[in-house]
Write a protein that binds this ligand. Structure first.
Ligand code: PGA
Length: 264
């Protein structure tokens, strides 16, 4: 059972789990329940999806639910948060590759319902492409649920520190810490792209439900700031403190700096 923490400030209390596996299974269950609910209503469901280490186990659980428990993705539309710019979709460091490998190749989602920013537009065309991505999300009535990780600098998507809370899908410059964290993926710092396309903070805030998942001790410092610190563009995730549709899902290690006296 999750443990609830009560905060002195208005921020939504995080839902805590003893470990990453249990936190991830819980996040997957939230997604699966929404898919089932929309199926019962005869509706499609629009999911905003994330990449990186954090959501991998969520996707593993969704695959398990598909293979063993009959969860179908036939009514699911997905929009990914971001993609490096430029990068080819077949490049195994691309998020398109990541999503195919970690989720889409293993479930019954319809290929035409998958949207991931494609970064083959020229610098002249990219703003138009970003607007079209934004328009496509709106065409589906916005995101029913957005799954988020958090960067060590507080970014959500690739909305780096300094990003406007009004931002929409656009080309962004990657922060040095973000590039450093991507070395594991690209091998050396000089191979890590300097730019990306990311949906905006405004786009994320429009989602009807937001699940922010943070796992491991390396996220504890930023989670403490994002949950209890000042709301500022310096910590993009801090804006979520103002939003009632957010649920923070943390493992014990990510919550280690959350004050003992705040727990109930
Ligand atoms: P990570 O990245 O899941 O690989 O830690 C999270 C993020 O940068 O949003």
């Amino acid at each position: 059972m999750p443990i609830k923490i009560s905060k002195h400030i208005q921020t939504k209390a995080p839902t805590l789990f003893p470990d990453a596996d249990q936190a991830s299974v819980y996040a997957a269950q939230q997604i699966a329940e929404l898919i089932h609910q929309k199926q019962r209503e005869g509706n499609q469901v629009t999911l905003g999806l994330a990449t990186g280490n954090t959501p991998k186990k969520v996707y593993q659980e969704l695959i398990r639910l598909h293979k063993n428990e009959g969860l179908s993705f036939q009514n699911v539309i997905t929009f990914n948060l971001d993609e490096y710019y430029p990068i080819g979709p077949d490049n195994d460091q691309s998020y398109t590759y990541f999503m195919r490998h970690n989720l889409f190749d293993h479930i019954d989602i319809q290929q035409e319902n998958i949207y991931i920013p494609q970064t083959n537009s020229t610098p002249q065309e990219v703003a138009k492409y970003c607007q079209a991505y934004e328009d496509k999300i709106a065409e589906y009535g916005g995101l029913d649920l957005q799954l988020l990780g958090i960067g060590r600098n507080g970014h959500i998507g690739f909305n780096e520190p300094g990003s406007s809370f009004e931002s929409t899908t656009r080309l962004v410059n990657l922060h040095p810490l973000t590039r450093e964290d991507a070395i594991a993926q690209f091998g050396t710092i000089d191979k890590v792209p300097h730019q990306a396309i990311s949906i905006g903070i405004h786009t994320i805030m429009q989602a009807k439900r937001i699940l922010l998942l943070a796992l491991g001790e390396r996220k504890s410092e930023i989670m403490n700031k994002a949950l209890s610190g000042e709301i500022s563009v310096d910590i993009p995730a801090s804006i979520l403190q103002t939003m009632s549709q957010v649920e923070y899902i943390l493992d014990q290690e990510a919550a280690v700096l959350i004050q003992e006296e705040d727990r109930v």
